[in-house]
Design a binder for this molecule. Structure first.
Ligand SMILES: NC(=O)CC[C@H](N)C(=O)O
Length: 229
């Protein structure tokens, strides 16, 4: 599986994504600087976590208008899978590839800790290696992770099976106690309509090696390798 990681000024999880992709796919991803107009054909594009452009204006707002994003949007339109992690999720919403927005955490504080998420569907490229309803432990590290969309949009996402992950307690209960940021309906990650684009606030790439304290993120990359190789 060939992959690319898009690197913006102040991305800071690009190396984490690179390491996970190299280990699990067996091939080094292309690291693509934001100013590039194009990049090699790949099977997966990853928008990594970080503070692109210093989170100025709104997190992800400036990155969404960087030169490389025209190419990312075009390829997403052709069905090339795109994974946006944390700041990458924010960029996907700002670029219009996913609906809704990531607002300031309800606590108004940066949250950096492990959370639990429930896998809402295994029917996707990204989640095929998880069981429906599986609970995964992954870290979050964000100040703006509070997913917001209006009721009609949320209803549509739910009807079409576009909710990928919800924050939950360690035993899988989707309740306020498991929600680190106030996200509506505990939403931690969503797909586009064709489920070829996934954005999520937790960091699966940081839990792909027991040395890093967990392996619950590996299944996402293993499923992608299986589907895209
Ligand atoms: N880890 C990250 O990607 C940080 C996301 C983002 N810039 C925020 O603080 O909300």
């Amino acid at each position: 599986m060939r992959s690319a990681v898009i690197v913006f000024p102040a991305s800071n999880c690009d190396r984490d994504a690179e390491t996970a992709l190299r280990d699990i796919t067996g091939r080094a991803p292309h690291m693509v600087w934001h100013a590039e107009g194009t990049f090699p054909e790949v099977d997966l594009i990853v928008l990594p976590g970080g503070f692109s452009y210093g989170d100025y204006l709104r997190a992800g707002a400036m990155a969404a208008h960087s030169p490389v994003m025209r190419e990312v949007v075009a390829r997403a339109g052709r069905g090339v899978p795109v994974l946006g992690i944390c700041n990458g999720f924010q960029v996907l919403c700002e670029a219009g590839l996913l609906p809704g927005a990531l607002m300031r955490n309800a606590s108004l504080k940066f949250v950096g800790r492990d959370v639990h998420v429930r896998v809402e569907t295994s029917q996707s490229l990204f989640t095929s290696r998880y069981a429906n309803g599986a609970v995964a432990r992954m870290p979050v590290a964000h100040g703006d992770g509070n997913y917001y969309a209006d009721d009609a949009t949320l209803d549509r996402l739910e009807e079409r099976g576009q909710v990928a992950f919800r924050y939950c307690t360690p035993d899988g209960a989707v309740v306020e106690a498991g929600n680190p940021n106030g996200a509506r309906r505990n939403i931690a990650g969503i797909f586009n309509e064709t489920k070829t684009v996934l954005g999520l606030m937790p960091h699966p790439e940081r839990v792909c090696d027991p040395l890093l304290g967990g392996t619950d993120g590996r299944a996402m990359f293993e499923g992608l390798v299986e589907a895209l190789t």
